[in-house]
Ligand binder design. Structure first.
Ligand code: HEC
Ligand code: HEC
Length: 366
């Protein structure tokens, strides 16, 4: 029997939620206040929207200005733009997503920190969201300045018109687009992609997420190495950073990969969330010392059999064979207050939740 989050004692939950709201506000000044759907003030949180930075950057107002397509009507992707897919995906409320990258010619990704790549100026990344067969929005991350501070990255979503002829920038986001899902405002992009959360800003285009065989012509880590696109190359051959092949791998790896993609952007050792708020780390790391067994992964070291510090959604972060007392499970398996991730979704992931449950149920009691 796996009780839903709603069965937690109401008073305790309410109490904890009140405390948490205060904590969350203190921890992340970019959270934009109480109403999660309220558009956040643009200027304080993002790169400039007008000319004046190093490259004379002017914020695009239409998707057709960003260089993704050579012919947006025919949906022809421009030369030099390459599609990719992270091996573990973020759950985005049933949206089917496609992603592309443009690395400027003759540039390399600074991979001296293999877990947090730094992209060359001029890099553009796009992600398209399709629901019910219709293009809804396409998001852009563009590196416009030399470092990885927030001002060096421009982030915005473009909302497609009904005829899918073009998409218009919506810096303030759209609440309940098509009556269903929100398009995040620019401050919300920062909650996951901000350099204070994730140095390097890109999330899916990363070493571990690309260390799989994407097939002929696909974009993966081996191709980046072959095309000499990394300043520091991993040694050996793909997979360069294999995860433990121990017993249980078929149950454990999908769960830890899921947490890596859906949670690791904030719960990682370089994030203000892990440094200032809650020490839980749900991101896998490339170093061999963090991959030689499951027990040495940050996920196991900081979550399994570890007491929850905020004590609001279960006694432990992950309590073996006890989802009801596992905050990681309970926060994933709910919508609204205390949900995780706190932004970017309004539905529970019906495929992801059982993956996490199967892993927790498989863990031996301490
Ligand atoms: C809930 C956290 C979250 C929010 C909010 C969010 N993203 Fe992302 N984004 C991710 C994650 C995780 C990935 C990689 C996994 C995937 O694509 O499935 C990603 C991938 C992307 C990519 C593909 C490149 C890459 O990093 O892999 C782009 C482009 C992107 N996001 C842009 C945006 C923009 C622009 C916004 C705001 C309008 C935004 N995102 C809001 C978490 C988020
Ligand atoms: C956008 C950043 C962000 C993402 C992504 C995110 N979290 Fe969190 N998480 C936070 C913040 C901030 C807090 C502290 C405030 C709170 O508890 O709500 C937190 C707190 C938690 C806690 C409470 C820890 C404790 O000791 O009680 C758990 C458990 C948790 N997150 C799990 C997850 C899981 C599981 C995912 C992925 C499914 C996830 N988080 C994704 C930002 C994030």
């Amino acid at each position: 029997m796996r009780p839903s989050f709603a069965s937690f004692p109401l008073a305790a939950t309410r109490l904890a939620a009140a405390g948490l709201a205060a904590l969350a506000l203190g921890a992340c000044g970019d959270d934009g206040g109480g109403d999660p759907d309220a558009p956040a003030p643009d200027a304080q949180v993002d790169a400039p929207t007008d000319a004046g930075t190093d490259g004379g950057f002017v914020a695009p107002t239409m998707l057709s200005e960003t260089g993704l397509y050579s012919d947006i009507g025919a949906k022809t992707i421009a030369a030099g733009v390459v599609e990719f897919r992270p091996r573990w995906e973020l759950w985005s409320d049933e949206a089917v997503k496609r992603r592309w990258i443009l690395l400027p010619p003759d540039t390399r990704i600074d991979s001296s920190d293999m877990d947090f790549w730094s992209f060359p100026v001029g890099t553009k990344l796009w992600k398209e969201f399709v629901r019910g067969g219709d293009r809804i929005e396409t998001r852009l991350l563009q590196k416009i300045g030399p470092d990885d501070e927030n001002a060096s990255w421009f982030m915005v979503a473009f909302q497609w018109d009904g005829g899918e002829t073009d998409a218009v920038a919506v810096p303030g986001g759209v609440v309940d687009d098509q009556g269903v899902n929100d398009i995040p405002d620019r401050a919300k992009c920062r909650q996951c992609h901000g350099s204070n959360r994730n140095p390097g800003v890109g999330l899916g285009f990363s070493a571990l997420q690309l260390d799989y065989d994407a097939g002929a012509g696909g974009m993966d880590l081996a191709r980046l190495v072959a095309e000499d696109r990394l300043t520091v190359e991993p040694t050996g051959a793909a997979p360069y950073f294999p995860l433990p092949a121990e017993t249980g791998a078929p149950v454990i790896e999908p769960a830890l990969g899921y947490l890596h993609a859906n949670c690791g952007g904030c719960h990682n050792p370089r994030s203000d969330v892990a440094m200032n708020t809650v020490p839980v780390q749900l991101r896998l790391l490339t170093a061999a010392e963090h991959r030689s067994s499951w027990a040495v992964t940050p996920t196991y070291e900081t979550a399994v059999n570890v007491l929850a510090t905020l004590g609001s959604a279960g006694s432990h972060l992950v309590r073996p064979a006890d989802t009801a007392q596992s905050a990681v499970y309970n926060r994933l398996n709910r919508v609204g207050a205390l949900q995780m991730p706190p932004v970017g979704r309004e539905l529970v992931d019906p495929a992801g939740v059982p993956v996490i449950a199967a892993w927790i149920d498989s863990l031996p009691p301490p």
